[in-house]
Every structure is written in structure tokens, then in C-alpha cells.
Ligand binder design. Structure first.
Ligand code: ZN
Length: 455
């Protein structure tokens, strides 16, 4: 998952279970039998590859710093491409550095795409992105062992730089595929003069052709992503599989409270234009307005810059972001409108002007109901309970939703911890996710593009 500007921390974003639907359960005995006899993927094999990938960028704390566009990322990519080739996939890298591994199908149909990312945040864990990427490759190995040829060609994808640890942009590869990469991205360089274009070349991409990484709508049959939840819903409910209903939209504004910096000793209290006092009220107003409606929406003021920032000067200027997230874009806009009105009246009370930029808005992405159904049915078949839940974190799947139907499968994160070396998903939980991915792919392969009757 990605946080904006690579600082996303998602643990605890949506831990409320109210309104979450439980899938049809099975008794423990049936579940055990199913687990013993009913598996295509191999748990140990998947776990071994997860451990191996964790060697690239390994930290003493136990996690990894495998930030996109670094040596560790390159080494991890080489390892993953090797696994793809061993699984018989035809591997190519697109201009944006996205890795694709293709397995032919029996019919001339658009490919079914599935995968995730392998880059991490600095001091991240071994499961965010890795479970979905290596789970996808395990699915291919299992299909090979079952001698199963799907109707659709299958393509495993490992997206470039999901977390946005470098060059100020996350979801890079999937944004290129969706045709929404910031126009200046390919020419960016950092403070040390390192260039995006040089890194893309080293990754097998080509910055000058990055627009060609765009995937036109209708040219793939669907996209599936297996991922760790990064929240505590599944762990707390002890449910092995999450059926993601959608990925929340994110609205981000930067706001400025402008007052007047003056001497803290000589300016009387009734003559002040204290921008920090105004900004403090604004922070509480954000919380109140977000809480004023029922639902899972969240709103956060994540930092504050106070100027001039001295103990004997009244703060003249305070800058802070207002970040709002929900599956419903109308609700986000409605709440934002109320917040801006509150800012106006706070400004009047405090004799300070509060202004905000236009929102940088990432639309919510809903998963296709047919894909949700396929995931639920596949989990049930494998003896695994499911829980429907939205994703409070951003994912490459939200970009894939711009060119095809998407589905997402979540597996539990212990304690809801993510973006930390303490991030953990057990071998069994990871394999459960891969098994459901296998079955969902096979199910969708039969359903999709099967003529009008199947739609
Ligand atoms: Zn991720």
C-alpha cells in the first residue's frame, strides 16, 4: 500500500467492524479437511520465496528497505524475474519498468492480469506487495503442476515503485499504465542529481517512451491483486480472507493560516493575529466535521509548519494539510465543503486568514461485483471464511481500475501493523490468499468473455 508522498502509514485507518458483512462460514472440521486436501498452491514454496526476497534490502531490525529505484530494488527485481522465467513465463519489462510475465491461453482473448509490487517503504516489512507478487508467481507454478491451460492468456505484473520512496511520486508503474503519470516524472532528478531516466534504463525501461506503457481500456480482461490488509479487521475477526469492496478516494489540500508575527512579550492578547491558535482550532474542526456523519470516512491533519517558530514570537504563518478519505467521493466533497466553511469562521474569530489549495484528488476505485463474487465463491470452495471491507490504503489496483475491472483479495496483517519491520502475515495466511487467487483466476477465466449469456 502506499501513503501519499511515500509516508503512508495505514495501521489503524479503518478498524471499525460495524457494517462489515461476514461470508458464509464453515465448521472447523470441514475447514481442516478442505485445507488438507483442497490446495493447489504450495505453502512452503511460497514462504521460501518470501524469505529469499526479504534478503534484498534486508535491515538488522528484520524488515527491508527496498525502496523503488535503488540497488536493493534492482536486485529484488532480478530475483523475481528469475522466478518468473523458472515458472515458464515469457518476461518483458515495459518502458515504465513494470515487469510482465506471460503464460499463453488457449483462446485469442485479452489477458487476465494479476500481481502487485515488490518495492517497500524505508524500514518496511516483508509482506506489503511481496505476498501479492510472489503469490501470483506461486499460482503460475501451481497451474503448471495441474497442467491447466486457461482460455485467457495470464500475465503476472510487478509494478514499478508503488510506495513512492524516491522522486516524489508513488504508484509510478501503474500510473504509467493508466496514463496518469505526472507529465514531468520521467525528467525528474533528486538533490544528488540522480535521474529517474537513468534508473528506468537500469531497470530495462525507457523514460523517453514512458507514454507507451499506457494500457488501453479493454485490452486486458481484468486485474486481480492479492495484498496484506495493513489494518486489523481480518486479524481481529480471525477471518482469513478479505473481499475488498473498493479503494478509498483521497482528497488532499494544503492550507495556510496567515496572521502576523509579532513580539510575544509586548503584543497584548486582544491585539494578536495568532496563526497557530487559528490552525489549532482548524485541526479540531476537521475532526468534528469528519465525525459528524456515520460511516468509515477518515480525515487527518498529519503535519504542521509553524513560522517563524520561536518561543518569543507569535506565529505569523502556519501551513498544514487536510487529508480526507472515503469510498464515496460525494461524501468527501460534502465534508470538505463544511470544513472550509468552518475555516472561514475560525479565521474571522481569530483575525487570521485561512486559505486552502484546490484538492489533489484521487478518485475512489470500486471493485467489480462479479470479481467480488468470484473471490467469495473461491474462498468458500477452499474452506475459508470471508469479510467484505474497503481498503483505506492506496494500491496499484486503483490505477488498474482506469483500464479494466478489478478485484482485490486481502489476507490478515498481525495486529494491523504495516510499513514496519513488525509487519507479519503467517505462511498459512499467505498461502490461503494465493489459493484464493488461483481459484478466482480459474473462475473468472471461465466466466469472462464467454459471450452475452455469461455477463
Ligand atoms: Zn502495497
Amino acid at each position: 500500500m502506499l501513503g501519499r508522498k511515500g509516508k503512508f502509514i495505514v495501521a489503524g485507518l479503518c478498524v471499525c467492524l460495524l457494517g462489515v458483512k461476514m461470508g458464509r462460514g464453515q465448521d472447523p472440521k470441514a475447514k481442516q479437511d478442505a485445507a488438507a486436501t483442497n490446495r493447489h498452491v504450495k505453502q512452503d514454496r511460497l514462504w521460501n520465496t518470501l524469505q529469499k526476497l526479504g534478503e534484498f534490502g534486508k535491515n538488522p531490525e528484520g524488515g527491508v528497505s527496498r525502496v523503488g529505484f535503488t540497488e536493493a530494488d534492482l536486485a529484488g527485481r532480478a530475483y523475481v524475474m528469475g522466478l518468473m522465467r523458472e515458472a515458464g513465463l515469457d518476461v518483458r519489462v515495459d518502458p515504465a519498468g513494470n515487469i510482465f510475465g506471460r503464460r499463453p491461453g488457449s483462446e485469442k482473448l485479452p489477458a487476465l492480469l494479476f500481481g502487485s509490487h515488490i518495492d517497500s517503504v524505508p524500514h518496511g516489512g516483508n509482506f506489503d506487495g511481496d505476498v501479492g507478487s510472489l503469490g501470483a508467481i506461486e499460482v503460475v507454478r501451481a497451474l503448471n503442476e495441474a497442467h491447466l491451460t486457461t482460455r485467457h492468456p495470464l500475465e503476472v505484473v510487478v509494478w514499478t515503485n508503488e510506495e513512492g520512496g524516491r522522486f516524489y511520486s508513488g504508484l509510478v508503474g501503474s500510473s504509467a499504465a493508466a496514463g496518469i503519470l505526472p507529465p514531468d516524472f520521467a525528467t525528474r532528478q533528486d538533490d544528488n542529481g540522480e535521474k529517474v531516466s537513468d534508473w528506468l534504463t537500469r531497470m530495462g525501461g525507457d523514460a523517453s517512451k514512458i507514454a507507451a506503457a499506457k494500457i488501453a481500456p479493454g485490452t486486458v480482461s481484468g486485474y486481480l491483486e492479492l495484498h496484506i490488509e495493513q489494518g486489523a479487521n481480518l486479524d481481529e475477526a480471525k477471518v482469513p480472507i478479505g473481499v475488498v469492496t473498493g479503494i478509498v478516494g483521497i482528497s488532499l489540500r494544503t492550507c495556510t493560516a496567515s496572521g502576523f508575527a509579532n513580539h510575544a512579550g509586548t503584543t497584548p492578547m486582544n491585539k494578536r493575529k495568532d496563526s497557530l491558535a487559528a490552525a489549532s482550532k482548524a485541526v479540531l474542526a476537521v475532526r468534528e466535521e469528519v465525525r459528524a456523519e456515520t460511516g468509515r470516512q477518515v480525515g487527518t491533519v498529519g503535519w504542521m509548519k509553524i513560522e517563524p517558530g520561536a518561543s518569543n514570537v507569535i506565529p505569523g504563518k502556519v501551513t498544514f494539510p487536510v487529508e480526507l478519505r472515503d469510498l464515496d467521493a460525494d461524501k468527501v466533497n460534502r465534508i470538505a465543503d463544511r470544513i472550509l466553511k468552518r475555516f472561514e469562521s475560525i479565521g474571522r474569530e481569530e483575525n487570521v486568514e485561512i486559505s486552502c489549495t484546490k484538492p489533489d484528488f484521487h478518485s475512489p476505485a470500486l471493485t467489480a461485483s462479479a470479481f467480488q463474487d468470484a473471490i467469495r465463491a473461491s474462498a468458500r470452495e477452499a474452506g475459508l471464511n470471508t469479510l467484505d471491507l474497503p481498503s483505506g490504503a492506496g494500491h496499484d489496483a486503483q490505477n488498474a481500475a482506469r483500464f479494466t475491472s478489478i478485484g482485490m483479495i486481502f489476507v490478515p496483517s498481525r495486529g494491523g501493523i504495516s510499513h514496519s519491520p513488525l509487519e507479519y502475515t503467517s505462511p498459512e495466511q499467505a498461502a490461503n490468499g494465493a489459493e484464493v487467487l488461483y481459484r478466482t483466476l480459474v473462475r473468472l477465466d471461465a466466466q469472462l468473455d464467454a459471450g452475452p449469456a455469461a455477463h
